[in-house]
Write a protein that binds this ligand. Structure first.
Ligand code: GLY
Length: 347
């Protein structure tokens, strides 16, 4: 079986690629086990769940990621006499893994946890890396920790129940992984992206495995985000602003953000216009958006408010080649000046 290893200061994590939820039985190693999942995952996949001491189902959607829900989870687990030899399992997408990871990291000052990632986004990004957290006062993940899950199981078969939008939403992060660190992965998506979307088979496993490896490698070099890990934010500065204003899916907004980052890279003579056009084509070919009609003022406002701490500059991730990204501090004032122009389609 294909495995990747995260060797973090906050713990060691094994990522089981192209694995199956049935592996949970072995990885449990006789411990008491509490499963946290959401309504959608429970509806589609509960028959695959192993026996557990309790299965706690939270409403689907980002609104469950808050301190009130965390508190309710603490109380249920305490009432069930959880102890430090218990295993907490999050089965779901990024919302569930963030929530379950945070509960496990903080209750009793840390209980072992593992994840079964059921979305593309979680399998290549959200479930890997140890960051967990909940939202507060409209800020995403402002309360959280970094602590590695004991394991992540990526079950490709569970991706079949995702609708098309959810599926291509996650492929946005696959393209991102190719752009920042794996040119061959970008080219795989360039050649086979539409076929992967149509069949959800074939080279899907290869693409997901390569993208997960990019994440693992970056986390292994910079677990606490003092430098390189920021590269994973390619497309996210602009993307978060778009997501906040329009409520569009995260990966859709990041796709638009990656197109903007590519154009900004061309403008700074870091990337060729041909490469930027290729990036736009790969994104569009799998059905992701490449632009959105929003005013610069609204976008700038949302970008400035994305992080609680204010500064004149933003660490923007740009590309100096397909497969190589660089973090570049850019003054908001410069960004504002160029944004109108960048949002116009190429002539
Ligand atoms: N759990 C997501 C991350 O660490 O990036």
């Amino acid at each position: 079986m294909n495995q990747l290893q995260v060797q973090g200061h906050s713990g060691h994590s094994t990522i089981y690629i192209d694995s199956a939820i049935s592996e949970l039985k072995n990885l449990r190693r006789g411990r008491r086990m509490f499963i946290i999942t959401d309504e959608n995952v429970y509806r589609y996949h509960s028959t695959l769940f192993p026996d557990a001491d309790e299965i706690i189902v939270v409403p689907a959607g980002e609104s469950s990621k808050n301190l009130e829900d965390v508190s309710r989870l603490y109380e249920r687990l305490i009432d069930a006499d959880i102890d430090r030899n218990t295993l907490i399992i999050g089965i779901g997408g990024g919302m569930v893994t963030d929530l379950a990871g945070f509960v496990a990291a903080t209750l009793l000052r840390g209980v072992a946890c593992g994840f079964v990632a059921t979305t593309v986004l979680a399998q290549v990004d959200a479930a890997i890396g140890g960051k967990n957290g909940v939202n507060i006062k409209g800020y995403k993940n402002l309360v959280g920790t970094i602590r590695q899950p004991e394991f992540v199981i990526n079950d490709t078969a569970m991706l079949r129940t995702l609708n098309d939008d959810q599926f291509i939403n996650g492929l946005s992060e696959v393209i991102k992984s190719g752009l920042i660190a794996d040119r061959a992965l970008f080219e795989l998506m360039e050649t086979h992206g539409p076929q992967i979307v149509a069949t959800r088979q074939g080279l899907l496993g290869e693409a997901l495995g390569r993208a997960a490896r990019v994440k693992v490698d970056v986390v292994n070099r910079d677990e606490f985000e003092s430098g390189e890990r920021r590269l994973l934010n390619l497309g996210h500065t602009y993307g978060h602003a778009v997501e906040k204003i329009t409520r569009m899916h995260h990966g859709f907004a990041v796709a638009i953000g990656m197109v903007v980052a590519a154009r900004l890279s061309v403008q700074r003579n870091m990337l060729s216009a041909d490469d930027a056009a290729r990036i736009e084509q790969v994104i569009a070919a799998i059905g992701l958006p490449v632009s959105v009609d929003l005013g610069t003022d609204a976008l700038m406002d949302a970008m400035r408010k994305d992080k609680k701490r204010q500064s004149d500059k933003v660490n923007y991730v740009l590309l100096d080649a397909i497969g190589h990204a660089v973090v570049t501090p850019i003054e908001y004032s410069e960004l504002e000046r160029t944004l109108d122009d960048l949002r116009r389609p190429h002539a």
